[in-house]
Design a protein around this ligand. Structure first.
Ligand SMILES: [Zn+2]
Length: 325
């Protein structure tokens, strides 16, 4: 099968012919229809602690059709032809970041317990958006209740944006987004967000000016050194700081400042199966609409070029690979 393969950092992905995944008796094979390109993939293609091993095929935000079912699963919940998405795990192995071949390819194998059927109301592109939406949902759930709270979202990339979408869904009182990139601000405006601050300015002061108080909950969705301390500095008494962005460098905060304000810092990563299911339910109900996050749809052959382009600040939000032939 054809796949876009990561060989080493500093080198574009390569379109190669690779072996189709072979399934175990408790696994299934999915013919990929759509797969999202994720910031995590770009991150994992860079030199550093988070780097994926050579010959990795990325792709963990996918949808497609079941074309093979392992013996042990015959007569179970799934049938050939079912349209599905899946949490990107088989047991403790991650799909699309090294251990299991991902969906920048024609076929991807999945387990069974983390596979979720797509209802007829959702198309395959919606199916590929479930994963990034579930990340935001899980992050907001991990924050406890955001209802009635004043929230600051730091960074309006796809994950910051999905956090903002779910904060609105769960009834946050004020949502302010700290972002510089005009394209990301325009995208957030399309989702109905109105309050933006420039991260180069005094974000805390700007937040107070917009909302009349400090940010009770802050979602740090960038993952850069120094941002946690900025959150600590601007947090109000008993504020909550959510660590969502991936920072793989050492960072420092001044504990005394956090101590004096009795702050909480909560990290969140990934999602549970129920986050996928809830996201799908809300998409079907029309209460969450992520379609306008998609700024570009490309064919597999175009992946190496677009993947390189996404390393630089760009006007893209979510880029989807269309593998349906
Ligand atoms: Zn992702």
């Amino acid at each position: 099968m054809k796949a876009a393969v990561f060989n080493r950092p500093g080198e574009p992905l390569q379109i190669q012919e690779v072996d189709k995944p072979t399934i175990e008796s408790d696994e299934m094979l999915v013919k990929v229809s759509r797969c999202g390109i994720c910031g995590t993939d770009i991150h994992a293609s860079r030199q550093g602690a988070f780097m994926a091993p050579p010959n990795t095929i990325f792709g963990h935000e996918f949808s497609g059709e079941i074309v093979e079912i392992g013996d042990k699963l015959a007569g179970g919940n799934f049938n050939l032809g079912d349209r599905v998405t899946s949490l990107p795990f088989i047991g403790d192995k991650t799909i699309g970041l090294g251990a299991v071949t991902g969906a920048y390819s024609e076929f991807v194998k999945v387990g069974y317990d983390l596979v979720v059927k797509l209802p007829d109301e959702l198309d395959d592109q919606d199916g590929a958006l479930v994963e990034p939406l579930a990340v935001g949902l899980h992050s907001v759930k991990m924050a406890g209740s955001v209802s009635g709270k004043s929230v600051l979202i730091i960074g309006a990339g796809p994950i910051g944006l999905t956090c903002a979408i779910w904060c609105k869904f769960f009834g946050a009182r004020h949502i302010v987004i700290s972002e510089r990139a005009p394209a990301r601000i325009d995208m957030a405006r399309q989702f109905g967000f109105e309050h933006f601050v420039d991260p180069e300015q005094d974000v805390g002061a700007a937040f107070i000016e917009l909302t009349g108080g400090g940010p009770e909950v802050q979602f740090e969705c960038v993952g850069a050194v120094g941002l946690m301390q900025e959150c600590v500095a601007r947090a109000p008494k008993r504020g909550l700081i959510m660590g969502i962005g991936v920072c793989d460098n050492p960072d420092t905060i001044v504990p005394l400042m956090a101590f004096g304000k009795e702050l909480r810092i909560q990290w969140a990563v990934g999602y549970d199966k129920e986050d996928f299911e809830f996201t799908i339910e809300m998409m079907v109900a029309g209460r969450i609409d992520a379609e306008s996050m998609v700024t570009n749809v490309v064919k597999l052959d175009e992946v190496p070029t677009i993947f390189e382009a996404l390393r630089q600040p760009t006007n893209q939000c979510k880029v989807i690979i269309d593998l349906s032939a």
